[in-house]
Design a binder for this molecule. Structure first.
Ligand SMILES: C[S@@+](CC[C@H](N)C(=O)[O-])C[C@H]1O[C@@H](n2cnc3c(N)ncnc32)[C@H](O)[C@@H]1O
Length: 276
């Protein structure tokens, strides 16, 4: 796939799936969020024999954990716009599916768990995307979607203004490109207004240490946003270099976004009423 193809396919998605540092950006995102996601998989009771669908699978960390958990009697499908990063999992038995959640249906009524992290908040028609995820659930299956509220990002003991200019510039442009910075809240609203039962939500925040693998994710985010921020006249290259150095400094610590996890269960086939 050419860079132009990648950009066209992801039109309306702020990041570029074919950017040369995108795989590292996704792997470092997993370093921030996979531990908490896995705790929640455990809590949902994901077990041997489950059929699981991971949508917007990114670098495949969550799909890999699911594969190990469900074992040879289970099934894991990993879907994404850009599936090259998932080849290593295909070799191990994950079914890799190239899918554009904006326009393409997923296998219907097929999964005990459908999980999507940091995907829905990038899409224009979030209701339609969640409806597609719900259609993929078997009766009794769990929807588990995770999106952010960016409010606490970069809160730090260092100063009230720590990286606030960077956040304002970067998130302002992301919003213009279609990213919803309060996406997690809307996931809950959509779930509450759907056929799902047992709907609940919660948020988690990670303390990021400068110079860590988690901090590297924010450095890569800023490198990706750099040309857009500079072209828009919001900040200089020199200020961006300085901010990237601040993120690399072990003396700095800051909060991540809140990641809001929303859960809901498709009514079992025999269930004739909701219990919300
Ligand atoms: C912000 S990344 C999150 C990746 C991964 N879920 C994680 O949390 O580490 C969003 C992922 O969704 C994929 N994606 C973006 N738009 C998509 C679409 N319309 N349909 C399916 N996948 C999409 C991207 O290629 C990328 O892998």
């Amino acid at each position: 796939m050419t860079v132009q193809d990648g950009a066209k396919q992801a039109q309306g998605y702020v990041f570029n799936p074919t950017w040369d540092l995108e795989t590292e950006r996704l792997i470092t995102n997993e370093a921030i969020w996979d531990p908490g996601t896995i705790e929640r998989f455990e809590r949902l009771g994901v077990d041997r024999g489950w059929a699981c669908l991971e949508v917007g699978a990114g670098a495949g960390g969550a799909a890999e954990w699911l594969l190990e958990r469900v074992g040879s009697t289970g099934r894991v499908v990993a879907a994404d716009l850009e599936v090259g990063r998932l080849d290593r999992l295909a070799e191990r038995g994950v079914e890799v599916l190239r899918n554009d959640l904006r326009t393409e249906e997923l296998p219907a009524e097929s999964f005990d768990l459908v999980h999507a992290r940091m995907l829905i908040q990038h899409l224009q028609d979030r209701e339609a995307a969640v409806a597609r995820l719900i259609r993929a659930l078997r009766p009794g299956g769990w929807l588990f979607v995770e999106d952010t509220d960016s409010l606490p990002l970069f809160r730090s003991y260092r100063s009230e203004r720590f990286l606030t200019d960077i956040k304002e510039a970067g998130y302002g442009l992301m919003r213009q490109a279609g990213h919803e910075p309060r996406g997690g809240h809307f996931d809950l609203e959509i779930a509450l207004n759907s056929e799902l039962t047992e709907v609940s939500a919660e948020g988690r925040v990670v303390m990021v240490h400068g110079g860590s693998e988690q901090a590297r994710h924010y450095q890569l985010w800023l490198e990706f946003m750099r040309p857009k921020i500079v072209a828009a006249g919001l900040l200089s290259d020199a200020r961006i270099d300085e901010a990237i150095a601040e993120m690399g400094d072990p003396a700095n610590r800051w909060l991540s976004q809140v990641l809001i996890s929303t859960f809901g269960r498709k009514p079992p086939a025999t269930d004739t009423g909701g219990n919300r």
